[in-house]
Design a protein around this ligand. Sequence first.
Ligand SMILES: O=C(CO)[C@H](O)[C@H](O)COP(=O)(O)O
Length: 236
Amino acid sequence: MSQEDAGALDARYKQAAAEWAVDGFVQPGMVVGLGTGSTAAFAVQRLAALRAQGQLLDVVSVPTSRATESLARSLGVPLSTLEEHPSLDVTIDGADEVSPDLSLIKGGGGALLREKIVAQASQRVVIVVDASKLSPALGTRWHVPVEVLPFGWRSQQRYLESLGARVTVRQGSDGAPFLTDQGNLVLDCAFGPIDAPVPLALRLGARAGLVEHGLFLGIATDLVVAGPHGVEHRER
Ligand SMILES: O=C(CO)[C@H](O)[C@H](O)COP(=O)(O)O
């Protein structure tokens, strides 16, 4: 199969997972967190399509990034904020890597901070992925994105290297350093397979200047994964 065909197939699986999650988890009157990335975008499109059919008209959504906010707005999906709705019913978001216990690496789109804030405010966190995102151990197929303040970022790079990471400063499409919605840098940290994610997360969380990391442990409640064998739902 050509790379192009494989990409189109992955997109079909992403769409199937996202639509299954919206249909299965979003009920009238709910407040819904909208994730970031190409899979989460299919969920936003599904919400818009259901609205066009006169369904879920009283659902309001909280976006996890400016990109998702502008997509939702362009499709007429009503938006709100965490200030107005500090507790959400459900969030539907993608992930870069998912381990068997539903631990995640997120932040491929650089939205990890808002994604984690919105997820932690949600009663249910439904992760939608194509089957290529499944992995035996976090770090096997993806790096851990770490959002850092520009102030003193090189000392964060040293710190991350001292924890065993190969660190790359994320670049934007223009070749300049990528900046998050908060104006921070992202350091992509290749650790290789991570035997003990919890101690690593604690060390990352304890460091001043390190704003957030892409290890999402104990946060996902549900996984919807689509692949050649159809759509599967797992609960943690
Ligand atoms: O964490 C994310 C953005 O910060 C995304 O959910 C993750 O990168 C998956 O993206 P995609 O659905 O495009 O594969």
